[in-house]
Design a protein around this ligand. Structure first.
Ligand code: PEP
Ligand code: MN
Length: 337
């Protein structure tokens, strides 16, 4: 249920409504839009009389949100959410580019990559320090050492840092190094992890599970938001279908669907979606044309020597070429890159 306040409602009126919602046994989540404040009443308790709230001063309307996700829905927050990380904006009319190797392999690799990012106007460096590999015998990542390299590269080149968190036990340590916590496809429904990430106040990049419906994905976002962390970025990274020519099937239609249902920024990872570098470029272009708020792309100075996902990692020249193309596409769709 959302309580939409009048445009000119006073802070005191908002407070009285907030107290009333709490007294009715709900949790209150507040969204201050450009024009008006919306209060979300979320909780298990049912069967309340809407009029108890409708009649309070400053209340314009009380609307039941019929969807299972509430805080992630457009009903709760009408305008696009725009996250701000330093100078970087994610959401709205902004396009953000996150790029880097699949795994942090060495300090040198990250510094070379960071230079390439800056040269081409990307804003966020990625790299896995904890890797969710299909085989236990594959490279598992450098752990905290890898996060240190990421932070050093981020600080030196003024890039924000995103890296995957795999387990609740890693959150506290990772807070020292990352600007954005990535939740991988395999963990999208790790509800305990999502709940813990709801307690922190840093952005979460939530990848779509490989067999998750859009509603399940939004419910995963809701888990994080219900803890009070509203800074969620959704990332479409391909889903598993009967088609096996590409690693996954990129669900481009998820972009406009999400944008209708939710206010959260949605970006695309064409690397894991296709698994082949020659297919990454066209799908990256298509994603921006379809309205994505950004991309997460795997790049490597020497993809043939990469310890993971080399086949889907772009060569530096391909990345530069793509960035040039994206600037043209961004302009066509009236976005800033
Ligand atoms: C990754 O980004 O390196 C990754 C493992 O992605 P996903 O969780 O989408 O497979
Ligand atoms: Mn990868």
């Amino acid at each position: 249920m959302v309580i939409i306040m009048e445009d000119n409602a006073t802070e005191q009126q908002v407070q009285i409504v907030t107290d009333k919602i709490k007294a009715l046994g709900f949790e209150v989540h507040r969204s201050d839009g450009k024009e008006r404040t919306v209060l979300g009443a979320v909780g298990e308790k049912r069967g309340i009389d809407k009029r108890d709230l409708e009649l309070l001063a400053g209340v314009r309307e009380v609307v039941a949100i019929t969807k299972a996700y509430k805080l992630a829905s457009r009903e709760f927050h009408h305008e696009d959410t725009i996250l701000q990380i330093g100078d970087v904006k994610i959401g709205g009319d902004n396009i953000v580019i996150m790029a880097g190797p699949c795994a942090v392999e060495s300090k040198e690799l990250l510094f070379t990559t960071a230079e390439l990012l800056v040269k081409n106007g990307a804003q966020i460096i990625r790299g896995g320090a904890f890797k969710p590999r299909t085989s236990p015998y594959s490279f598992q990542g450098l752990g905290e050492e890898g996060l240190k390299y990421l932070r050093e590269a981020g600080d030196k080149y003024k890039l924000a840092v995103v890296s995957e968190v795999m387990d609740v036990s890693q959150i506290k340590m990772m807070l020292n190094y990352v600007d954005i916590f990535q939740v991988g496809a395999r963990n999208m429904q790790n509800f305990w992890l999502l709940k813990e990430l709801g307690k922190i106040r840093k952005p979460i990049l939530l990848k779509r599970g490989m067999s998750a419906t859009i509603e399940e994905w939004l419910m995963a976002a809701e888990y994080i938001m219900s803890g009070g962390n509203y800074q969620v970025i959704l990332c479409e990274r391909g889903i598993r279908t009967f088609e096996n020519y590409t690693r996954n099937t990129l669900d481009l239609s998820a972009i406009p669907v999400i944008q209708k249902l939710s206010h959260l920024p949605v970006i695309v990872d064409p690397s894991h979606a296709t698994g082949r570098r020659d297919k990454v470029l066209p799908m990256a272009r298509a994603s921006i044309a379809a309205g994505a708020h950004g991309l997460m792309i795997e790049i490597h100075p020497k993809p043939d020597q990469a310890l993971s996902d080399g086949a889907q990692s772009l060569y530096p020249d391909q990345f530069s070429e793509l960035m040039d193309e994206l600037r043209i596409i961004a302009k066509a769709v009236k976005k800033t890159i």
